[in-house]
Design a protein around this ligand. Structure first.
Ligand SMILES: NC(=O)C1=CN([C@@H]2O[C@H](COP(=O)(O)OP(=O)(O)OC[C@H]3O[C@@H](n4cnc5c(N)ncnc54)[C@H](O)[C@@H]3O)[C@@H](O)[C@H]2O)[C@@H](O)CC1
Ligand SMILES: Nc1ncnc2c1ncn2[C@@H]1O[C@H](COP(=O)(O)OP(=O)(O)O)[C@@H](O)[C@H]1O
Ligand SMILES: [Mg+2]
Length: 278
């Protein structure tokens, strides 16, 4: 049922950067998340998005995170996520919105999730990760039509969304729920599984327990966002490449490291992508 994701199968298929281009060519990416306690999650996601090549990256997050984000990643623009009018403007101007890393589970965060689902229009793309998935499971809301949606749950988040206990998350059961939902599903675990809306299914053959540390999924979410925003011509190739490269890079780093820190993956991305794409 699954096609394996391999370096040879993906390498060189992503397009090189055209010389006639500017930052707008490579996607306007909006990341929303990071409450006062979980700012690290959205900072890691933003670093991954910028280092993976997102042309313009804006982060809407709690003001408590603004100084840290500016200091760590001056390439990103910052907005206060409590300003709803500005959040609406940023959402409507984005090519892609990533929602969820570190956003928390309270009523304030739930309102942001529901409003963004209301504001998105056909032609835009949406990636939902982390707390956005738990919130969607607890407080269902209609999703925008004409907006391709990627969800990146780990097994516990998928349990909440699908009602499948982790031991019942077989490929057939996962596929049945994914079809009902109509989302592109990246089910994260050792041997991450992808169930895409065109019916194709893929599985990772790379990865390492050295990835089992907080923030690793936030980094993947930022990579997925940047790949989908900057490579709009082949959605599945962009998504599969992001998922593959995240674990491939971790596996490379784990040859000499006990644990791989999520930000180390981001730091290696520009050179690996040059090598990978050419
Ligand atoms: N530095 C930060 O600010 C960090 C913030 N984070 C944010 O914290 C929020 C909550 O995320 P959590 O994932 O911790 O919380 P959850 O409560 O959704 O799930 C965590 C628990 O699920 C269980 N689990 C079962 N199968 C799993 C699998 N395959 N992978 C991972 N966990 C599995 C684990 O026991 C784990 O303790 C998210 O918004 C996330 O983005 C985390 O990413 C950690 C780092
Ligand atoms: N033992 C493991 N083997 C392979 N990959 C792993 C392992 N543990 C974690 N990962 C990967 O690390 C990432 C963890 O994501 P997630 O749990 O959402 O982290 P966080 O929310 O803390 O950022 C996923 O991509 C997952 O596949
Ligand atoms: Mg996560």
């Amino acid at each position: 049922m699954f096609q394996p994701l391999t370096y040879d199968g993906l390498a060189h298929r992503l397009p090189k950067r055209p010389s006639q281009s500017h930052k707008g060519t490579f996607g306007r990416t909006l990341l929303v998340g990071g409450n006062a306690q979980l700012g690290g999650a959205i900072i890691l996601a933003a670093q991954a998005a910028v280092y993976a090549g997102s042309g313009l990256t804006t982060v809407a997050t709690d003001v408590a995170n603004h100084t840290a984000l500016h200091a760590r990643l001056p390439e990103a623009m910052v907005s206060d996520w409590s300003n709803l009018a500005q959040l609406k403007e940023l959402t409507q101007a984005a090519d892609l919105v990533l929602l969820g890393p570190g956003m928390g589970l309270d009523a304030f965060s739930c309102q942001r999730l529901h409003r963004i689902l209301d504001w998105l229009k056909p032609g835009q793309k949406l990636v939902l990760d982390g707390d956005a998935l738990t919130l969607l499971a607890r407080h269902p809301h209609p999703v925008p039509s004409g907006v391709p949606i990627v969800i990146t749950p780990h097994q516990a988040e998928w349990q909440r969304l699908s009602d499948l206990a982790i031991e019942d998350q077989t490929p057939q059961a996962n596929l049945a729920v994914q079809k009902q939902l109509g989302f592109n599903l990246v089910l994260k675990k050792p041997g991450t599984e992808l169930y895409l809306t065109d019916g194709s299914c893929y599985q990772l053959t790379v990865g390492t327990p050295a990835m089992a540390t907080g923030g690793m999924g936030d980094t993947l979410a930022g990579m997925v966002a940047a790949f989908l925003a900057q490579f709009p011509d082949d959605f599945n190739l962009a998504l599969c490449s992001a998922v593959f490269l995240h674990s491939y890079l971790a596996q490379e780093l784990a040859q000499t490291q006990w644990v791989v820190l999520p930000h180390q993956i981001s730091e290696k991305l520009p050179s690996l992508m040059k090598h990978f794409i050419g």
